[in-house]
Design a binder for this molecule. Sequence first.
Ligand code: ADP
Length: 536
Amino acid sequence: MPIEVIILFISTVINTLLSIFIFRSQRDQVGLTYSIFVLFIAFWSLGLAFFLLETDLNKALLFANGYYIAAAGIPMLFLYFSLIFPEKRPPNSVVKTLIFGPVLLFFATLLIKKHFLIEEISVVAWGKDVILNQLHYIYYGCYFILFVLLAYYNLGKSYLTTQDRESRIRLKFIIIGTLISYTLGMVFNLFFPWIGNYQYIWLGPLFTLIMVVSIGYAVTKHHLFNIKVIATELTTFGLWIFILIRTLISETLQDQIINGGLLVIVVFFGILLIRGVIKEVRLRERMENLAEELATANARLRALDQQKTEFVSIASHQLRSPLTAIKGYSSMLLEGSFGKLSEKTHEAVDRIFQSSQRLVLIVEDFLNVSRIEQGRMKYDFSTFDFKELASRIVEEQRPVAEKKGLKLTFSAEKLKNYMIMADPGKVSQVVTNFIDNAVKYTPTGSIAAKLSRDNEKILLAISDTGIGITEETMPKLFDKFSRALDASKTNTGGTGLGLYVAKEIMKAHKGRVWAESPGEGKGSTFFIEFSGDSVK
Ligand code: ADP
């Protein structure tokens, strides 16, 4: 078999395989158009191969007409491709007719008049020579050049207008790859035959491989895995064909058996290999997609969280001034600034006052939380005596505790230095919150605040004989909005924010807070610890 024919057969096989692979892995209009485009190239090489092989000149004419039709399909599909690539809608039916019509017309003409393009075929020393109908061949050439130029116009326009970097790279690939193929192909397959040189007609399909590969690469670039799968498949199939040919041309039975056995093994492992690669690549793509989705979901959540914090902040600010007015006026009413109140009215106004006071505290907690989350919490550090601060707060809280029948005591290890570097306002907030909680969550018994110092650490422990903390509640105790299930039984107005704010405040002081409790109903102890630089 002449070498040209072998090359043409190989080109047919490669193009057919590529067409199948791309069609299988990329089932969109671009993938489909590309695979038909490659299939036309395969037909063209096949037609050329048979034309060269055929000794009957009548049949050779049929093959020649066949490959001229197949070749005419190449610019047709290229033009169509240029209209839909990278991601455009298919053109309307008028444009489609204009694109597909000429080839159909050409096909019909050849069916009626088989000598329309080729007047005569003759056998010569180097193969077959062809005498073309000059006028009709010029029509053919003009069609070819016009369609290719139109396609380049579309691709160039896409290249200039697209903003997407990825698409631009892909378009560049296509434009350069096809330009090389078309230039070489047109010289050897369109121009040479026109000037009477038919000798190099078989080179065309070889040149088109450049564009087939470059378009294929661009088309599947987003799904790079396909390239990997295709490479594996091509190599494996190549190996199969190679061993199959070896088996067929083996001269001895022994060789045939060895090669045949080898073929079975290679086919078996080849299938396993291809399946493995496909699976791995699919998995990776799925994971990449999932990671991408997760990242966007995360970003959205963060944005939502941010919005929520802002909302809480704005809402709390808006609540503050009317609340202050309610509190102020009810306090003035209670003090008799607007005249003496009857007992009933006094009781009602007192409720208003108590509730507004509670609301003020809740709003303050919300504001603190949003300040912490937005990183806007401001600290005013100074050096002061923690013992003095703690004992003062205990004194302040004592009336409330005594009103509930609870004993509240304060003690400190003597002769020790309790100076700390901290924000006194924020630290009082923490201590007040802990003592307030102890009072709230202790129905009967006592509360003891004990201050101690151990070298670099200052510790305030507030123990109560209250409801205690269960093991389940303990790990979430200092979380935002965290309240024990039965907390509302003892204290209905809580928000579950106090301990969270306290934790964050102490974190900013590089100190810490924690709680211990032997269990439900057995009381609890809350600790506030200053260490390191805060301790003076
Ligand atoms: P609130 O008291 O507004 O609910 P906190 O953040 O101050 O919010 O407290 C969170 C939860 O911790 C309370 O709801 C309660 O369940 C529990 N807790 C706090 N202090 C004590 C305590 N001294 N004894 C028992 N449980 C407590």
